[in-house]
Design a protein around this ligand. Structure first.
Ligand code: HPA
Length: 275
């Protein structure tokens, strides 16, 4: 019997193939704060998620849902403007479907971005953090279920999820752009409630530097398919309990907006390097 997860992916892929002729080399998932990054892309084609049969549609306010195909410098990219989160109620396989779809479109590199809470007390709101590794044990693994051999192996190695090669390129780009960048470990929680101070202390005790509600699952699905992955978090706030201030989505958005132009600069430099 055909695996329903794979069948849905194939349906989406066939739909994209009919509508889009562009061949991207790099995939970019835009987190909060990079929502307007499409303005920096020399757009060739776009495809609304709602026009892809079976595609999971995001419900988060302010998340436009579409793939943008085009060039940054000489690099052919596909950007996801709006991603699907596990906390919206989708299965993990739906959450990573867009990532898998980009892999089928032909991307070789995936650039993940997100907004995250700072767990490392030396960070401050507005910092960027290059992700060097992740802890995803608080969320279901996206590969649970019958393995789709067409995508990858049953027990994929995760000893270098975030490519060391891409990490050194990011360091160089940050230097180029004169943007300081932290390096650390991203801990994915389900959300949608923010963490408690005790959960943040747990994340720190485990070696985490930032917490968020996305990214690690997408990185796992991409690595399963052999895609080279990197990730950058925008530290929009210090995680719960570090300051005595309560967390507020508005603050997250405000910080993301405040540093958006720097984030865009860094991502543009990175994408150009990946040509
Ligand atoms: N926790 C989880 N996700 C987040 C946070 C946070 O503090 N800030 C932005 N996304």
């Amino acid at each position: 019997m055909e695996n329903p997860i794979f069948a849905k992916l194939v349906t989406c892929a066939e739909c994209v193939k009919k509508k889009i002729s562009f061949k991207p080399k790099v995939g970019l998932i835009l987190g909060s704060g990079l929502g307007n990054y499409a303005d920096k892309i020399k757009i060739v084609e776009t495809l609304d998620y709602s026009d892809i049969d079976g595609f999971p549609i995001s419900t988060v306010k302010g998340h436009k849902g579409r793939f943008v195909f085009g060039y940054v410098g000489e690099t052919p990219i596909v950007a996801m403007q709006g991603r699907v989160h596990y906390y919206e109620g989708y299965s993990m396989s739906d959450v990573v479907l867009p990532t898998r779809l980009m892999a089928i479109m032909g991307i070789k590199v995936l650039v993940l971005t997100n907004a995250a809470g700072g767990v490392n007390v030396s960070y401050k709101a507005g910092d960027f953090m290059m992700i060097t590794d992740h802890i995803a044990t608080s969320v279901p693994n996206p590969l649970i279920g019958p393995n789709v051999e067409d995508l990858g192996t049953r027990f994929p190695d995760m000893s270098e999820v975030y490519s060391v090669r891409l990490q050194s390129i990011i360091r160089k780009c940050a230097l180029n752009c004169d943007i300081p960048i932290q390096e650390g470990i991203y801990v994915q929680f389900t959300g949608p409630s923010y963490e408690t101070p005790a959960e943040v202390r747990m994340a720190r005790a485990l070696g985490g530097d930032a917490v968020g509600m996305s990214t690690a699952c997408e990185a796992i699905a991409a690595r399963h398919m052999g895609i080279e992955v990197c990730g950058i978090s925008c530290i929009t706030n210090m995680a719960a309990g570090i300051s005595d201030q309560a967390l507020d989505h508005k603050e997250v958005q405000e910080t993301a907006d405040r540093v958006a132009s720097q984030f865009e600069l860094l991502i543009t430099d990175l994408l150009k390097e990946l040509a």
